[in-house]
Design a protein. Structure first.
Length: 330
């Protein structure tokens, strides 16, 4: 996201940008996994389950979760407003424990159907068993947190810990495995609108996108620094982040780029354009098996929503939702 959260949680997520230097690059083509005819879905988050080989898509507007099979067939995995879900944002599968973790957020500028009457900024973390689709837990922040807050994205560690970005007060929260309350993990000074988040392969490093650039955070010490790069990531906002083979896949609204990191994971040493075709507020993507990358091409989270009037635009002005996939090179 890349607007001010209080004004509109989602405009910031996906500001579309174009880069003349990127457009000179050639990229291999992506293909279509599915075309969702529900034009007002306004999807935001993605999650991939290696067990069932399904892709899950969250819906900001419809307050639900859609599952997509490898043959492109799709259906509601969790129906609208089930379990009192608010707008669904970042998601991730914990394949080791067969869980789907889902961010549920509400706020003054987020349109929803069914509508939410109490529109104070607030977030919760939901957990579903993937096989049974049963809700196994709803997790709240520690009662000491009094101010407005809005969870945005999350990532799950091998040990079951969940790390969550929060975009109003610019903090990272954490739900430790086996604990019932979410606690503050880190507030990086000088960094605003924390959004995309992912873990390195060894789970020792968190990468987080903010307005000022990409942060590298040592999980054990909480020491953080900005990734050094001769390839600027500013002023274009980065929404979704995914880690793959010493690189970061970054969504920037109208394009997706891959940033290659050095061995120490503290600098970007190269970049490559992943996709810039038919992207309209591309929000997030998820690494699947064998290097396949699945992503939302046209969430319309910016163009399809009138945040001032708190409503989604008419169906005839919206597109069918394109879900794409691409085989990443090592």
């Amino acid at each position: 996201m890349s607007y001010k959260f209080h004004t509109s949680l989602l405009l910031v997520l996906c500001l579309g940008c174009s880069f003349s230097e990127d457009k000179k690059m050639k990229s291999n083509s992506s293909d279509t996994l599915a075309l969702l005819t529900e034009r007002d879905l306004i999807p935001e988050g993605t999650a991939y389950d290696p067990g069932s080989k399904r892709l899950f898509i969250s819906s900001m507007y419809k307050r639900k979760i859609v599952a997509i099979e490898q043959n492109g067939q799709y259906y509601d995995f969790i129906e609208s407003a089930a379990d009192d879900l608010w707008s669904t944002f970042g998601m991730e599968v914990d394949g080791k424990r067969n869980k789907l973790w889902v961010i549920s957020t509400k706020g003054k500028s987020i349109p929803t159907a069914p509508a939410i009457l109490d529109d104070r900024w607030q977030s919760r973390l939901y957990c579903y068993d993937i096989t049974s689709k049963k809700l196994t837990g709803i997790y709240q922040v520690n009662a000491t947190v009094k101010e407005d807050f809005g969870f945005n994205d999350l990532t799950v560690a091998e040990n079951g810990d969940v790390y969550i970005t929060e975009s109003i007060t610019n903090k990272i929260f954490m739900l430790k495995y086996g604990v019932q309350e979410i606690e503050e993990f880190l507030k990086p000074d000088g960094f605003t609108f924390l959004n995309g988040i992912t873990l390195s392969q060894d789970n020792k490093t968190l990468f987080v996108s903010g307005t000022e650039g990409l942060l590298k955070i040592d999980v054990a010490t909480k020491h953080y620094s900005i990734l050094q790069s001769e390839f600027t990531t500013q002023p274009q906002a980065i929404d979704g982040l995914a880690f793959f083979n010493n690189s970061l896949i970054a969504h920037q609204g109208s394009l997706i780029r891959r940033f290659y990191l050095n061995h120490a994971l503290d600098s970007i040493i190269d970049q490559k354009l992943i996709d810039e075709h038919n992207l309209n507020s591309s929000t997030t993507g998820e690494i699947g098996e064998n290097g396949w990358y699945y992503y939302i091409a046209n969430s319309q989270i910016r163009s399809g929503v009138d945040y001032t009037r708190k409503r989604v635009r008419s169906l005839d002005s919206l597109q069918e939702v394109l879900i794409k996939r691409r085989k990443l090179q090592p």
